[in-house]
Design a protein around this ligand. Sequence first.
Ligand code: PLP
Length: 394
Amino acid sequence: MANLADRVKTLTPSTTLAITAKANELKAQGVDIIGLGAGEPDYNTPDHILQAAYQSMMDGKTKYTPAGGLPALKQAIIDKLQKDQNLTYQANEVMVGVGAKHVLYTLFQVLLNEGDEVIIPIPYWVSYPEQVKLAQGVPVYIEATASQQYKISPQQLREAITDRTKAIVLNTPSNPTGMIYSKEELAEIAEVCREFDILIVSDEIYEKLIYGDVSHTSIAELSEDAKQRTLIINGVSKSHSMTGWRIGYAAGDSDLIKAMTDLASHSTSNPTTTSQYAAIEAYTGPQDAVEEMRQAFESRLEAIFPKVEAIPGFQVIRPQGAFYLLPEVSEAAQKTGYDSVDDFVTALLTEANVAVIPGSGFGAHSTIRLSYATSLEALTEAVERIHQFVTSKW
Ligand code: PLP
């Protein structure tokens, strides 16, 4: 029997993957399951990106690259940040990694000493706390409730800061809440971080998926101080439907970027070469597909939101971005006879044949996450099944 390292003994397996595995098991038995667990766009990567990747291979671009990414890809990212955020970075302030997830992992490895604290707002993306713990850091949670639109207040942040606080993770637009921090809200948070000299990790992976009349602001845009203390995390996974290509990046302080690049040089060598050529095309080629996908998500949201809102015992806030709904369902769970939302989710899977993600994985135990990165027909049918399940047991 393997004698595992202490650091993995507390590692929590991804709840998202657990429910997906159970759903797949039922599907294999012939059960007609509709999955609303997806964390990725349901479109193929746009054609022109596929073509660029193919061409790069035919041109013999199949060897190692610099550890932190091809100079041409770094330049494409620098140009994107200048154009979209009006932020100027140099090549030594950008690092390309194997997806935003691995870039974040690398960051925490080079940033944290044992016992260093990282502030993580609840509801959070599942991997932040685990990555902090794997780097021997301590996640410190701030609960952002539905009544505050799932966004933390500067006062909450102030109260959570200690001598050991090294960083805060901000995710806007957020997975799983879909909420977006306004410029004013970000300015208040930036001010507290300046006062206590804290690094801001700004995960902006859903930047391009925003709906209605809101806009995305990177906290780094707000002042020179905010820029200096922010590490922007982003990538092509969600914006260009490229989750499988595994390309993400960080932009910020050159010392951090250098340490992350050095660590990557011993762990990955480099992000997959073909994927880097694909990402160059994603950033420098036509952006029509990005907007088309955004519009498709928005029209699904329009169609599905009122139906989810109408399910008895479900309270849901209209998301402003990403592709998730996060209804509070404890009343529905209780009225249909379940002790916990986790049990309710299991019953939804086995009895209503709909796979959703329990909010416990995001630190938000009274919620479930429904992804609308699936066809409108499947969504409509799934929500209908959930509605019927709840009313039949109420
Ligand atoms: N950050 C958030 C909030 C995410 O939801 C995800 C993916 O689900 C990632 C980062 C990771 O993205 P990538 O595919 O670039 O690793």
